[in-house]
Write a protein that binds this ligand. Structure first.
Ligand code: ATP
Length: 236
């Protein structure tokens, strides 16, 4: 049984059905990338999985039906999202953002340990723990957004364009960091990313989404070697 199992997902905004009939799975410990052109429905798919927009279809996380679950309940089950455009609370300090990420937990000791862990992982955040998140650089905000999502102790992290607005160097660091989180914590990651080369570099498998439909699952190596994918998404 897959950790996340989506069948025939439909979602959209109001009357507009953007995603029509998406099937995808993510297994325990896997990195899966969702590739597609601008407007293909990648973000909509991620938001539908997290319960942030209306959706229907079969959505199961660790065997539990989440098709009608509220976003909070989904986080509590172990599925956290790093939304596109970072998702930190600008007025709160770095440390307060981390605490906010743990709002579904009650274990004070564990929360304190995890804050220390993420400050150890990203020392730049530790140095700025009392600073408002809105004043952080783009790269620092992205580190905070990931740490904040990880504070709920998820089993699957949905990551929507983590490289958005980052320099090439910071983008590489971000992917190295996601890869470490995947390896060291066996964290499953579902990734939407414009930088397909880097994304496929850390992914096990991927799907191509085209106007709300998703193709069959393919290995990352197969996708990276496909001439059409290369021309459309890899830029060489
Ligand atoms: P990108 O790579 O550009 O982020 P995407 O594949 O993530 O694209 P989505 O953000 O899922 O695409 O958008 C799919 C379609 O849904 C687009 O045509 C977009 O205009 C539309 N859309 C997105 N958000 C809304 C909204 N809040 N209300 C109405 N339509 C929306």
């Amino acid at each position: 049984m897959s950790l996340l199992q989506i069948e025939d997902l439909h979602a959209g905004y109001g009357a507009a059905d953007i995603v029509h009939g998406v099937d995808l799975t993510v297994d325990e410990g896997e990195v899966v990338v969702l590739l597609g052109a601008n407007g293909a429905g990648k973000t909509t798919t991620m938001r539908a999985i997290s319960g942030l927009i209306a959706r229907h279809g079969s959505l199961r996380f660790d065997g539990t039906d989440i098709s009608r679950a509220a976003p909070d309940e989904i986080v509590r089950l172990g599925l956290a999202q790093v939304p596109q455009g970072r998702g930190t609370i600008a007025d709160l300090t770095v440390e307060e953002n981390l605490r906010a990420g743990a709002h579904v937990r009650r274990d004070k000791q564990g929360i304190a340990e995890d804050i220390t862990r993420w400050f150890d992982t990203y020392p730049r955040l530790a140095e700025r723990r009392k600073q408002q998140a809105g004043l952080l650089s783009g790269g620092e905000q992205q580190m905070l957004a990931i740490s904040r999502a990880m504070m709920s102790r998820p089993r699957l992290l949905l990551c929507d364009e983590p490289s958005l607005g980052l320099s090439p160097k910071l983008t590489q660091e971000m992917f190295a960091s996601l890869s470490r989180i995947n390896h060291e914590m066996r964290m499953a990651i579902l990734l939407v990313e414009q930088n397909a080369t880097l994304a496929l570099g850390i992914a096990d498998r991927g799907y191509l989404i085209e106007v709300g439909h998703v193709g069959a699952s393919r290995s990352a190596a197969d996708l990276a070697g496909d001439d059409a994918i290369r021309a459309a998404y890899l830029g060489y």
